[in-house]
Design a binder for this molecule. Sequence first.
Ligand code: CO
Length: 430
Amino acid sequence: MTDDVNPSAANLEFAAGNGLVHRRLFLQGSALLGATGLGLLTARTASTAPPPEVPEWMRAPGAPMSPYGGRSRFEEDVQRIVGPPARGTTGAGSSRTPLERITGMITPNGLHFERHHSGIPDIDPNRHQLLIHGLVDRPLMFSMDALHRYPMVSRIQFLECSGNSRINMNPEPADRSCGGLHGLVSCSEWTGIPLGVLLEEAGVSSDARWLLAEGSDAAAMTRSVPLAKAMDDAMLALYQNGEALRPGQGYPVRLFLPGWEGNISVKWLRRLKLTRAPTMTKDETSKYTDPRPDGVAEMFTFPMGVKSLITSPAGGLTMQGPGLYEISGIAWSGSGRIRRVEVSADGGASWADAALTEPVLSKALTRFRVPWQWDGGPAVLLSRAIDENGAVQPLRNEIIAAKGLHFYYHNNAVQSWQVASNNEVKNVFV
Ligand code: CO
């Protein structure tokens, strides 16, 4: 490969150290790619390629139509990373999205991460009901048929477990893939009913400030939700990426609270009780609280921080020798839109702006991309996101200085990937 590097590499417009090329090279419709960069991506020209053959799949009709589509058999190794069941039960634990094997901003339904506390219930929608009660004028009970008659909205938004990326607070960097480290984040188009519509129908009492949300799983997962969030952008989600929620995502109805830690978007929702104060359930006192170095535990830390990850090149992938690469990744913020993503190829010594792929939506994954001319030498790749409020993703050392080493939730530290001359890409701390 090295010998094939096109002499036009000399014409590349570098934007930062160690080979980061200006993002405009890969912008759609850019004449620069044809004039300057394309030769760097082409392994061989047609004149030296072998003549076309007629493969066996052209010699007979292919498979018939099918009632529900599946993947190519050559893609079946793209799978969630399923963790071991926790504490001797079968249903408690998580599975992670293989972030380094997918692209764009939408997570396929079959690869959306899971985090369950007592398995996935097998709910009959004809028997499932949702109760709204407590501090309301009129307690209401909804069948699923009744819920489906309400006007709906659709939004593309991410969901991230607040325990995502915790493993990078270990003293040594774990040798895991990108998804294995950070795969408790996914992004979907969610469709459902604005929760405020149903709360107004029930008539919320003036002294109500919180809701208790209860799931219909064997853990009876319960969390306390501030009323202000419920009336702002909360949704009762019924559909994900155009089809009914999968059982693992809360079928037939889940609470969805955009930008907030995933656990509070209670799946298999069966009850919302309006209360004056938080209920202090087992799920928010034994978990999802944040001990500080001074011994105080912070509760109800809901929004997920501004964060980004390079998903290619990344752990779980292998380089193919020196040459021009597209660095690609995802960025998101629980507080709004992504304004900017910077990328470094020299361990943070210098940074270049990445191109953000449209659409850039509030509380959604945003895909970013930047070209990189890898010379085959050691490199450390980092990305750093800034959201529309000006919040900057912290370095690992900065977050440790603020929160200590023993916090569990809300790790939004910058991820570093070490690219080695032997083509390996590994998790590293800088
Ligand atoms: Co939290």
